[in-house]
Write a protein that binds this ligand. Structure first.
Ligand code: ADP
Ligand code: MG
Length: 324
């Protein structure tokens, strides 16, 4: 079997001769949603990079305005997963040709997301080549308060901020693969879940006070919870019935079975864990800010991440989107 994405990172890039080691500047290197660099005694810089390619991350004929919004939003989602506040981003763009109609719409989409989340363009690089969009976001977090994948404890509640499965249902709408009857509003909501995911930045900042561990859901709920389980050396048990899935998503995914919602990628919700005693207070504060948080499971001793149905049967192990 060929190497997975994570095997490649471990073997070639997390190499001790290459990877940054924690020192007076580097607080955290490879392995979490973003790296942390010490800025001052009070603040850390938060850095994350994501590359988006046609066919792999968006349909090649998609509206460039939406591609741009999605490209910046998925990067901002990694800042949210660290509890960071956005500062700005850099853009590495390769374009096959100068198409001003395309560029106009792309820049408009970037402006929309940049303004909404107060994350302006700091610089970048432009070259002719196959279409590829690389964005590196920078944010800040108070020293020692970043949310990490490690830190979950047996006895914790597992919860999510945001909804699950909408993006994967939305992609089925994009690909015209939906046979279920959907209203125009339902279709629109699913397309929005795919093209305009909302990075959970406000939730991330709120969670700095409560969460033991957090991750953003890019590769599928169970797979990404698997990363928390591994980094924290615990086992995660998700209740299938507890996972928040919209009515429109359920209609689409019923054809696939619910597991598609649990394994579908690209939701960019936040998954996090916290002590049960903190849960009522967090719920209250989230509600006051208009944020939807839902308990979906618990942390126990052991390893891995499993999903359990209403009858107590294990229905799935973590196995999400794999790039290789
Ligand atoms: P996310 O889904 O949160 O964007 P990834 O799954 O892409 O995170 O990456 C997991 C970890 O591996 C991150 O800490 C990331 O910085 C690191 N990583 C990914 N690709 C590389 C690479 N080519 N070189 C070094 N580190 C990498
Ligand atoms: Mg992430």
């Amino acid at each position: 079997m060929s190497l997975t994405e994570f095997d490649i990172i471990e073997r070639y890039f997390r190499h001790p001769g290459l990877a940054a080691h924690p020192d007076e500047h580097v607080v955290l290197g490879i392995g979490d949603d973003a790296a942390l660099i010490r800025l001052t005694a009070e603040q850390e810089l938060v850095l994350s990079l994501d590359v988006l390619l046609p066919d792999v991350h968006f349909p090649p004929d998609a509206d460039p305005n939406l591609i741009a919004q999605r490209a910046l939003s998925v990067n901002l989602s990694d800042l949210a997963a660290m509890g960071a506040e956005p500062v700005g981003f850099t853009l590495g763009l390769t374009l096959p040709q100068v198409d001003e109609t395309w560029l106009d719409a792309f820049a408009k989409g970037l402006r929309r997301t940049a303004q909404r989340y107060h994350c302006g363009l700091l610089g970048g690089n432009l070259s002719r080549g196959p279409l590829s969009i690389a964005i590196q976001v920078q944010g800040v977090v108070p020293q020692g308060q970043a949310l990490l994948r490690s830190g979950a404890k047996a006895g914790d509640i597992v919860a999510v901020a945001g909804m699950i499965g909408g993006a994967s249902a939305g992609l089925r709408v994009v690909r015209n693969k939906v046979t279920a009857e959907l209203s125009a509003e339902e279709k629109e909501a699913l397309l929005q879940a795919y093209y305009q995911p909302e990075p959970q930045l406000a939730a991330g900042i709120l969670l700095r006070e409560y969460a033991h561990a957090a991750i953003d859901i890019s590769d599928g709920l169970l797979a990404d919870l698997g990363h928390i389980a591994e980094a924290s050396a615990v086992r995660i048990e998700v209740g299938q019935e507890q996972v928040p899935v919209s009515a429109a998503t359920q209609k689409v995914l019923r054809e696939e079975g619910m597991l598609d919602a649990l394994n579908g990628s690209d939701d960019y919700a936040l998954a996090f864990t916290l002590a049960p005693a903190q849960w009522p207070l967090l719920q209250e504060r989230a509600k006051a800010q208009g944020l939807a948080v839902t308990q979906i499971g618990t942390i126990v001793e052991g390893s891995g991440c499993v999903c359990i149905d209403a009858d107590g049967h294990i229905v799935s192990n973590s196995d999400g989107y794999r790039h290789f």
